[in-house]
Design a protein around this ligand. Structure first.
Ligand SMILES: C[S@@+](CC[C@H](N)C(=O)[O-])C[C@H]1O[C@@H](n2cnc3c(N)ncnc32)[C@H](O)[C@@H]1O
Length: 273
């Protein structure tokens, strides 16, 4: 669930190098704006206009119920993209707001609002500076939204903590950290360790002018847990969805062959203490 697989201009250079949080955000905003049309064309049907899919393994909130009862709750979706998860939450009786960095993704959300007549209120903003007052939501969620694309996960988690009411849950899915060791290949060829799990240097693509055009940070499992606890959230559960038998769809580095052996997604179920 990354924006890397579209038809963007060829990068001048790709590799692993240090970048700042500001460069990361700038690059990913542009990348998602450039990739949004291809992304929605390629994955929109799998996601469903009003569907809540946690990950390429196809785990749906309708079966997982990681958020608990959402009816009547005020829910924030962080990195909402075209608002599919938020729209599903609305069909379950929740009041929602979606936040996303990419204006083009939000334009797709508006398009789907009009097609489905289920509208999602959205704001164009970064997860590290949520445009919401303290304690204003009962629940927060994110299905590969924002967090896999952030260097500064501490600030993003602190922001979610700030806007959640005490006791409110925040559930979010990200690329499973073990995936960093392996190539972005869902076949058996992607089963050989090629990088250190402990090397946090981000994957970066550089444009013609030498500026980053795409950044994929890496945080180990211990980094995620430290950030969750550091933000004042309590980790209730870690879910590693297994690849379902008969599910043949590939998505970037996710697919049935490697998915049967290696986790592709980590879902953190947390709560504001
Ligand atoms: C993989 S999509 C997730 C949305 C939806 N759940 C889906 O699966 O399509 C990732 C979204 O995160 C957004 N995003 C990336 N960095 C962000 C940031 N710093 N703040 C808010 N949203 C961000 C992107 O614009 C994109 O819409």
């Amino acid at each position: 669930m990354t924006g890397a697989e579209g038809a963007a201009p060829q990068p001048r250079e790709v590799g692993f190098r240090p970048v700042t949080a500001a460069e990361t955000e700038r690059a990913n905003r542009r990348d998602w704006d450039d990739e949004a049309d291809d992304y929605q064309r390629e994955h929109g049907e799998f996601l469903g206009d009003a569907g809540f899919v946690w990950s390429p393994e196809g785990l749906g909130e309708a079966e997982a119920r990681l958020l608990g009862d959402v009816s009547g709750k005020r829910v924030l979706e962080v990195g909402c993209g075209a608002g599919q998860c938020s729209r599903w939450l609305r069909t379950q009786g929740a009041e929602v707001i979606g936040v996303d960095l990419s204006l083009r993704q939000l334009q797709h959300s508006r398009r789907i609002d009009q097609e489905t007549q289920v509208a999602v209120p959205v704001a164009c903003a970064t997860a590290t500076a949520l445009p919401l007052p303290p304690g204003c939501v009962d629940l927060a969620c994110s299905a590969f939204g924002a967090l896999p694309f952030l260097l500064d996960i501490d600030t993003a988690l602190a922001e979610v903590h700030r806007v959640l009411r005490p006791g409110g849950r925040f559930v979010f899915s990200v690329v499973h950290p073990v995936r960093r060791m392996l190539p972005d290949d869902p076949s058996a060829a992607g089963l050989t360790v090629v990088r250190s799990y402990f090397d946090r240097t981000p994957y970066v693509e550089l444009g013609r002018d030498g500026a980053p055009t795409y950044v994929e940070p890496h945080h180990t499992l211990a980094d995620w847990i430290a950030a969750i606890v550091g933000a004042g959230l309590v980790l209730e559960r870690l879910v590693e969805p297994e690849w379902p038998v008969g599910h043949t769809r590939t998505w970037g580095g996710w697919g049935p062959e490697r998915g049967a052996l290696v986790p592709g997604t980590a879902i953190f179920v947390t709560r504001r203490g």
